[in-house]
Design a protein around this ligand. Structure first.
Ligand SMILES: Nc1ncnc2c1ncn2[C@@H]1O[C@H](COP(=O)(O)OP(=O)(O)OP(=O)(O)O)[C@@H](O)[C@H]1O
Length: 268
């Protein structure tokens, strides 16, 4: 199906340099306007932290990037591709569901709740997508699962079931599971909000390691210390808009907008 976007604008993202670009992205659920024109850009290798009050549209924005929601207006590119469309002979066509699934492989997403398969071991959970979706052989997938478990500090937990792991350990398995698909981009949606406070640090430490390895990450979080120490950029969203964005230390120390000031005064 040809869309109303069949005259493509010059492709503004440069693969390799800009991982995500949002131009005036809008999303509504019925009459509820959740995203009201988001503009932002995430460079390859950048760690962007998004903060903002509940209901400001942070999760919805991540879900749009990951093809879990369709943008109603505006444009969103990931690694040079307009999300939801493919280009042929200079025209844009809406992706079919099967094509969307292929695109989603390139993006790792970690949610607040880890949602591991309870009947599978840690290694089994990590091997599931590479074997089922990518068709990688089990020995290779198992070896990679062990590598990834070591990377998230759980080398000795390959055979443990989720019920035998703490929340922090389960979230680290969830991160390893996302990494198993070799994503270009990792999206984190409040990855530590469901954890007991003493388990938060171990998950943030794994995320810091990913950042140091150069992973491009967008992190919706209430962990201002992480944003300050690890983030390259901080975006404050409120009521479906980017209200303020900049270097985390600058925004946190010297917020310019009244709404940012009001929000930070409650969380810092
Ligand atoms: N599938 C949906 N159908 C209808 N409304 C939705 C849907 N998804 C989200 N919303 C609404 O959109 C608004 C923004 O939700 P969203 O989860 O994106 O905000 P958020 O900033 O991530 O909030 P929180 O910090 O509480 O997770 C909320 O009012 C929510 O109820």
């Amino acid at each position: 199906m040809t869309t109303n976007l069949d005259k493509p604008a010059p492709r503004p993202t440069e693969p390799g340099r800009v991982m995500v670009r949002a131009q005036d992205v809008c999303k509504s659920f019925g009459p509820l306007e959740v995203l009201k024109g988001i503009d932002l850009e995430v460079a390859t290798g950048e760690v962007m932290c998004i903060v903002g009050p509940s209901g400001s549209g942070k999760s919805t924005f991540l879900r749009c990037i990951n093809h879990l929601e369709k943008v109603n207006a505006g444009r969103l590119w990931v690694d040079g591709h307009l999300v939801g469309y493919r280009e042929k002979d200079g025209k844009l066509y809406e992706l079919k569901d099967s094509e969307v699934a292929l695109k989603r492989r390139d993006i790792g997403m970690v949610f607040q709740r880890f949602n591991l398969f309870p009947h599978m071991t840690a290694a089994g959970n990590i091997m599931e997508a590479p074997t089922q979706v990518k068709g990688i052989g089990k020995p290779e997938a198992r070896a990679r699962a062990h590598e990834l478990l070591a990377r998230v500090g759980l080398a000795d937990k390959a055979d443990a079931y989720p019920s035998q792991l703490s929340g922090g350990q389960q979230q680290r398995v969830a991160i390893a599971r996302a990494l198993a698909m070799d994503p270009k981009l990792m999206l984190f949606d409040e990855p530590t909000s469901a954890l007991d406070p003493e388990l938060v640090g171990e998950v943030l430490e794994v995320m810091r390691g990913l950042a140091e390895d150069g992973m491009t990450m967008i992190v919706v979080t209430h962990e201002m210390g992480f944003a300050r120490e690890v983030g390259d950029s901080l975006v404050f969203m409120d009521d479906g808009l980017v209200v303020e964005a900049g270097h985390p230390r600058e925004v946190l120390a010297n917020p310019q907008h009244e709404r940012t000031k009001a929000f930070l005064s409650k969380v810092l």
